[in-house]
Design a protein around this ligand. Structure first.
Ligand code: ADP
Length: 264
């Protein structure tokens, strides 16, 4: 990378994971994902450094930094911070300009985001009031069933009809899952039932912004193939996919880096 290149960094301090993306001359140079901690300022510095290390650059090369996410105010070395909703819109648009609807499934909230042809925010709807439907809910349910999230996603693709999980509340949903396990309902059915309850919530959210094609799923839970499969069936729509070398969990940080590139 020539030392004259323009380097920007986007840092997304989420409720569960902290992400940084380095861009050089408008191209993605490196990305890093680490756990969020009780010290978001320190975590922000760490993910910043790790992403720069991965890009083989030092911080002196960076012209502009944008912070985003739940803990964006704690990215105290950023030049500015901005909402993760705009960042998801810009990040998804940078990679897939045809996208008009983004469904973001994070650790602690879910969002449906409408984007125009320039990657600007058209409309959004958000659920941050309740754990049900989020990554944390799925992590919690996996623990209840004594398996990890990848095993859960794999079981989703085994035969079985989705069990009915009717509760809208994660605490009551857990009781329903325990009852289903005790009744010896096969695990693939219970897991599909859970994924269906998540997908139904996301469908309601997505309808609030109007589901326009093309649609993409972002956030850490976009890597949960079981949830994405059930969401596709529930919406009756296919999704576009990011290139294979792009982790959908870094789209907010990428959008922040893209916004930073526009500032210099
Ligand atoms: P936030 O920005 O709120 O911290 P993220 O978009 O980073 O949220 O997503 C975090 C969530 O993604 C966690 O609940 C985690 O379990 C989930 N997640 C991360 N990687 C995977 C994966 N490979 N498969 C399924 N879920 C995943």
């Amino acid at each position: 990378m020539p030392s004259t290149s323009t380097v920007t960094v986007g840092i997304d301090i989420g409720s569960t994971a902290s992400k940084a993306v380095v861009m050089a001359d408008g191209e993605i140079a490196a990305a890093y994902i680490g756990p969020s901690t009780v010290n978001p300022s320190k975590t922000a510095r760490e993910v910043f450094k790790k992403a720069l290390d991965a890009a083989k650059m030092d911080s002196g090369r960076v012209s502009y930094i944008v912070g985003t996410g739940y803990g964006r105010a704690k990215v105290d070395f950023a030049h500015e911070n901005t909402s993760e909703i705009s960042c998801h819109a810009r990040g998804a648009h940078y990679l897939l300009p045809q996208v008009r609807t983004i469904i973001d499934i994070g650790g602690q909230d879910t969002k449906a985001i409408g984007v125009d042809h320039s990657g600007n925010l058209r409309e959004f709807a958000m659920n941050d009031k309740c754990a049900a439907g989020t990554g944390r809910f799925l992590d919690f349910m996996a623990r209840t069933m004594d398996m990890d999230i990848n095993e859960m996603a794999a079981l989703h693709f085994q035969d079985g009809e989705p069990a009915l999980i009717s509760s809208m509340c994660s605490v009551f949903a857990e009781s329903e899952v325990i009852n289903l396990v005790n009744e010896e309902v096969p695990l693939p059915s219970i897991i599909k039932g859970l994924h269906k309850s998540v997908a139904n919530r996301l469908k309601t959210l997505a309808r609030r912004v109007g589901v326009e094609k093309e649609i993409v799923v972002t956030g850490g839970v976009a890597k949960n193939t079981g949830v994405v499969d059930m969401l596709r069936q529930t919406l009756g729509q296919d999704f576009v996919r990011f290139p294979d070398d792009i982790d959908p969990q870094v789209i907010g940080a990428l959008g922040a880096a893209v916004i930073a590139s526009g500032k210099i």
